[in-house]
Design a protein around this ligand. Sequence first.
Ligand code: TYD
Ligand code: MG
Length: 455
Amino acid sequence: MAKQKTAYVCTECGADYPRWMGQCSECKAWNTVTEVRLGSASPARSHATRGGFAGLTDAKVQTLSEVDLQQVPRFSSGFAEFDRVLGGGVVPGSAILIGGSPGAGKSTLLLQTMCQLAERMNALYVTGEESLQQVAMRAQRLQLPTAKLRMLAETSVETICQLADQEKPAIMVIDSIQVMHLSDIQSAPGSVSQVRETAAYLTRYAKQNNVAIIMVGHVTKDGSLAGPKVLEHCIDCSVILDGDGDSRYRTMRGTKNRFGAVNELGVFAMTGSGLKEVKNPSAIFLSRADEHGSGSVVMVIWEGTRPLLVEIQALVDHSQLANPRRVAVGTEQNRLALLLAVLHRHGGLALGDQDVFVNVVGGVRVAETGSDLALLLAIVSSFKNKELPRDLIVFGEVGLAGEIRPVTNGSERLNEASKHGFKRAIVPVANAPKTPPQGMQVIAVKTIADALEQV
Ligand code: TYD
Ligand code: MG
């Protein structure tokens, strides 16, 4: 038997080391470097090193323009929202990772997808977490077509691949990568080395046999995929299914995609009969409460190719603490601190003795800086206890000099807001359209001071 190779890998950042270390010198995390057994050379592995991932033996060099684009046809997953996140459908032979916290609905989504796909192509669903009865019961309850979907309850990756050789599926689901194991790796399923190697093995299998493989991965509390970051290097697409336990909406976002953009957002609703896609999600996160109160404003953010109207709330209250609290839910904490500093310096409002809490309603996570102005206005509204108009929408980035900077797709955002009955908008000067949407008053602002004057 060939000599076993070992490597030392940081579970946080995936950095490789020749020997063990107490602290990872890349990400500075302590006690995260663990030993990884690379296993002995398997036939698949030696094949992969010889021919690369594509497994080509008749490799030839050609110019980029000669590459036949027809070779990447995609097929639809049956869910337009899922396809959108994948960049237009599933690419045959690609390895896709779906992450999400337990109960997000990963198994449900994939079961629905696979039952539909099995009608059109060979599809194999491998479950290592639930029994076949459990899956069958769920499929029956959801009234899915079950006649054609091939099922397997197995956790050994070698066995799965052998059976897949006979079944020849066009698409295969592995639920989940954390329970799978390879026999020549000695650590327990779910450990860094198992997850890393099984994912790499399955990815190679996908490339060599032109099977699209969708792997399910669990996400730890802090939102990172349980298992090493290296997992993300070997797969083609990584998708996160996000959902608050108490919200019925589930959002799906790509974090890596070799076949398309990653900023697309897919929206699903968890219903009594499984996941349903939400085709026009722009206003689902708006609260319909009659009571509005101070500290609340609606902003228009841009998600991939679509606008999304989201309510943001702030609460500013006199603090009892020496270090007042700044808590941001759904947006970035550092951004909040930065905005408060800008507000002090250029808006003349000192909140140094106030606790500041902000919350994006509906469990949405906002990453774009176009939410800055809305956040600031919500804070000011709460601080002054003055209600903002109910039909007002706001967007714009705030610069460190107190200037309001433009955002992308300004007119589309305004049009969407107008469609939903908003009559007033505070936007950056550069985003103000020559002809505002019918019935909408657009107020263009240059600086924070301008904006504060307007409200
Ligand atoms: P599941 O798909 O098993 O989640 P994961 O595989 O991501 O851990 O979980 C689905 C959750 O959704 C479960 O808590 C129950 C709920 N659910 C519904 O509300 N309606 C349904 O039709 C189904 C199948 C599940
Ligand atoms: Mg599951």
